[in-house]
Design a protein around this ligand. Structure first.
Ligand code: XMP
Length: 514
């Protein structure tokens, strides 16, 4: 396995995902993680990530001495290379201008890392992605310059003897064409890691671990219909069968017919024990008269905990609570003070279940990125369509009804949403958008029904493209598609006479309307 020390770059998780993709397990630790643990972790190689700081300033983050004493191969990327240079006796220089974007790197003395990699036939030149201010001006003793660009004197440096390497560019982004090949060469060639990190192996390993952890005890799981809890359900069912009981709370605020679909798939098709709680009445009652979005979120989340607790109290023998926590929820990233806090994930963002439930935690996805969770889901036999579904917020339709949440509105909205999604799938646009949904607007606009004027509701459609959900573009859906969706919603749903399309980007508009 590989250890990645994080110096706070936005790309650090991408490095980890690429290495996992290659088939090698890796973990991300903050650069100031207790260095005594490095030996215990026993990595076969260490990668120092990029970061926003400057080694030319006092107090800049540095790699712990243990990294250099460990004797394993090292790869410094961007800031990671700069700190290697600064710490090992070379020199770095601050530039007055940042270099960001495509660059061409000339290999001048091929090392074990760059040997034979090229994007230009007959010439050792690489097309790479740069994002840096500082650069290495002089390499430390033992190193040589292995690549340059016309802007910087050291684009890569190497010490083949000690197997220490540095690159100024970012091999983890796809714009660096040979990036994956370079990382593969480092982890499998130079570090000698075997590529055992595959969906099938992860499943076998987790099954063994879960069995070992829970023995013959019973386990409960809150199944939400989302990807993470569904994959946990499928995995635990395979690991411990009848010892698993899922509690599925149907809030009345889910996607159209989602409750029935969850039951059909898990209970009927796979034979998982699922307790379905039809709680729609309770939710609508609790939400009566509430219009403030944050108040709605609190009520929906709080009620979930209450119901889940009631149900699990009935399962007297349950000793464990399974959760779909995934790796991005637990990564201790440099610059964040949340550190190693044990994150309790609740799909309603209420900060988890009450302490007094006294259940041990089973979190089989704790080490996995979302793309790995999806691959696991497919391997476990869950339908691809479900595993690659757009995200759905915990409070569900509750925050897509811009008014008091009433059953009548929720039903109209769920059906409008289903029409939209069906047409997106049919036209091939579903997979080209990251999230798409309908929103219920509590305004009555005028329409003509027959010969009379009628004042009816408005439905807004939203579809966005995004990588990380922090920023997003509205999707340029074809007019014909929007026309079909609009016609269908207006014709098939009583009470809606107008459909609009949201063309706002994030920022400033958020993806959800509340
Ligand atoms: P915004 O609206 O903040 O949404 O641009 C970003 C992503 O977060 C989802 N979202 C939520 N998810 N509980 C959730 O579990 C919430 O209260 C919530 N609010 C927004 C949203 O669907 C989008 O994917």
């Amino acid at each position: 396995r590989i250890l990645i020390l994080d110096f706070g770059a936005q790309y650090t998780q991408l490095i980890a995902r690429r290495i996992r993709e290659i088939g090698v397990y890796c973990e991300i630790w903050a650069w100031d993680h207790d260095p005594a643990e490095i030996a215990r972790f026993a990595p076969r190689g260490i990668i120092l990530s990029g970061g926003p700081e400057s080694t030319t300033l006092p107090g800049a983050p540095a790699a712990p001495q243990e990294v250099f004493d460990s004797g394993v191969p090292l790869l410094g990327i961007c800031y990671g290379m700069q700190t290697m240079a600064a710490q090992l006796g070379g020199a770095t220089e601050a530039a007055d201008q940042r270099e960001f974007g495509h660059a061409e790197v000339q290999v001048v003395a091929a090392d074990a890392l760059l040997q034979g990699l090229s994007d230009h036939e007959g010439d050792a030149r690489l097309d790479v992605w740069m994002s840096h201010g500082d650069h290495v001006a002089r390499v430390p003793t033992g190193f040589r310059v292995s690549a340059v660009t016309d802007r910087i004197p050291v684009a890569a440096m190497a010490d083949d003897q000690r197997r220490w390497y540095g690159v100024q560019f970012h091999p983890e982004v796809t714009h660096t064409k040979q990036g994956l090949a370079l990382l593969r060469r480092f982890v499998t060639g130079i570090c000698g890691c075997r590529t055992l990190w595959t969906a099938a192996n992860i499943i076998d390993d987790q099954i063994a671990r879960v069995r070992d952890q829970v023995g013959s005890d019973e386990v409960i799981l809150g199944l939400s219909g989302g990807v993470d809890s569904s994959v946990v359900a499928a995995l635990l069912h395979r690991a411990i069968g009848e010892q698993l009981t899922c509690v599925f709370v149907d809030t009345g605020l889910l996607r159209w017919q989602e409750g029935d679909q969850v039951m059909a798939m898990f209970a009927e098709h796979m034979g998982v024990k699922v307790i379905r709680v039809n709680a729609a009445d309770r939710y609508f009652k609790a939400l009566e008269g509430v219009t403030d979005p944050e108040a709605k979120r609190k009520i929906i989340g709080g009620l979930f905990v209450e119901i889940f607790e009631e149900e699990s109290n009935r399962l007297k023998n349950a000793k464990w609570l399974a959760q779909g926590t995934i790796y991005p929820d637990v990564i201790e990233s440099a610059g964040s003070k949340t550190g190693k806090a044990h994150v309790i994930k609740s799909h309603h963002n209420v900060g988890g279940l009450p302490e007094h439930m006294k259940l041990g935690l089973v979190e089989p996805l704790r080490e996995l990125f979302k793309d790995e969770v999806r691959r696991l889901g497919v391997e476990l036999g869950l339908p691809r369509e479900m595993v690659y579904r757009h995200p759905f917020p915990g409070p569900g339709l509750g925050v897509r009804i811009l008014a008091e949440v009433k059953r009548e509105y929720a039903e109209l909205l769920a059906r409008a949403d289903a029409i939209f999604i069906e047409e997106l799938r049919k036209s091939g646009w579903y997979d080209r958008t990251s999230q798409a949904f309908a929103v219920f607007l509590p305004v009555k606009s005028v329409g003509v029904v027959g010969d009379a004027r009628a004042y009816e509701w408005v439905i807004a459609l939203r579809a966005v493209e995004t990588i990380d959900f922090m920023t997003a573009h509205w999707a340029h859906l074809p007019y014909e598609l929007l026309g079909t969706v609009s016609n269908r919603i207006i014709n098939e749903l009583r009470g809606v006479s107008r459909v609009v399309y949201d063309i706002s980007g994030k920022p400033p508009a958020t993806i959800e309307w509340e």
